[in-house]
Design a binder for this molecule. Structure first.
Ligand SMILES: C[S@@+](CC[C@H](N)C(=O)[O-])C[C@H]1O[C@@H](n2cnc3c(N)ncnc32)[C@H](O)[C@@H]1O
Length: 229
C-alpha cells in the first residue's frame, strides 16, 4: 500500500536524489560509523531500511556482513546499485511491508527514514517480525529538540519543514523526543536511547565542536537500539 507519506518521499527523492560521497557523508556525520556499528556485524545478515544511495549499506558489506538494502525511491535504488556493485543486495520494498520471511536478519539498521513515514509502527512491527529472536535493531530518527531544528525554525519560520530537508517539495517529517522513540519500540528488550550530531554554524562561523561536546543534548538524531520483543 502506497501511503501519502510514501508518495511524497518517492516524488521528492526521485526528483532530487540525495547522493554524497563517502568522505562527504562521514565528514558531516563523523559519529555515524561507530553509532551504526558498521564493523560489528561480520558474517551476519544485515538489513538496511531506506538505504537511499547505499553509502551505509556499502560499509556493512565491506566489513563482511551479508547486507541487504530496501528503499521505495527508484532513483535512490539505481544509485545504490551503482555504488555497491554486487557487494550488497538492493531491493525495492516498503519498510512497512518487507518481502522477507520471519526471523531472517541478525541486525536491522535505518538512518533518517522512519520519521518520513506515516506508518512508523507498521515499520517497527516488520522490523520485529524479520529479526531473529536475539536480533538487534538500530533506528535513527530526527530529534524533537535539536540545535538544527531550532536554528531552522528561527531562520525560516514559514517554510522550515521544506528547508530542513534541503528540498523544494514537502516530505512527511515527524520529530521524536527520547520518550516518543522509546514508545515507538515499547515492547522491545534492552532498549537504549542516545542523541548525536549537532553540526552548526553561527553567522558563518563553524561551531561543529558543539557536536562533540553537546550532541547528547542538542543532537539532530535520536538513536534507538535494542532487541526485538
Ligand atoms: C533522507 S533519505 C535517507 C537515506 C539514507 N538512509 C541516508 O541516510 O542517506 C530517506 C530515504 O527513506 C526512503 N523511504 C521513505 N519511506 C520509506 C519506506 N516506507 N520504506 C522504505 N524506504 C523509505 C526514501 O525513499 C529515502 O531514500
Amino acid at each position: 500500500m502506497s501511503t501519502p507519506a510514501a508518495q511524497l518521499a518517492q516524488q521528492h527523492w526521485n526528483e532530487t536524489p540525495l547522493f554524497l560521497s563517502e568522505s562527504e557523508r562521514y565528514g558531516i556525520y563523523p559519529w555515524l560509523p561507530r553509532a551504526a556499528e558498521f564493523s560489528e556485524h561480520r558474517g551476519e545478515r544485515v538489513l538496511e531500511i531506506g538505504c537511499g544511495t547505499g553509502c551505509d549499506l556499502l560499509q556493512f558489506a565491506r566489513n563482511g556482513a551479508h547486507a541487504v538494502g530496501v528503499d521505495i525511491t527508484d532513483q535512490h535504488l539505481e544509485l545504490a546499485r551503482q555504488r555497491v556493485i554486487g557487494e550488497a543486495t538492493v531491493l525495492k520494498a516498503d519498510g512497512a511491508n518487507l518481502p522477507f520471511p520471519a526471523e531472517s536478519f541478525d541486525y536491522i539498521y535505518s538512518h533518517g527514514v522512519i520519521h518520513h513515514s506515516d506508518r512508523p509502527r507498521a515499520i517497527v512491527e516488520e522490523i520485529f517480525r524479520v529479526l531473529k529472536p536475539d536480533g538487534r535493531f538500530n533506528i535513527q530518527l530526527y530529534a524533537a529538540h535539536s540545535y538544527n531544528l531550532w536554528h531552522c525554525k528561527r531562520e525560516s519560520p514559514n517554510d522550515w519543514r521544506i528547508r530542513i530537508e534541503n528540498s523544494i517539495a514537502a516530505v512527511h517529517i515527524d520529530f521524536y523526543s527520547a520518550r516518543a522513540a522509546r514508545d515507538l519500540v515499547a515492547s522491545a528488550r534492552q532498549v537504549r536511547v542516545r542523541k548525536r550530531h549537532c553540526w552548526a554554524s553561527v553567522r558563518g562561523h563553524d561551531i561543529s565542536w558543539l557536536s562533540q561536546r553537546f550532541g547528547w543534548l542538542l543532537g539532530y538524531y535520536v538513536i534507538v537500539t535494542g532487541k526485538r520483543p
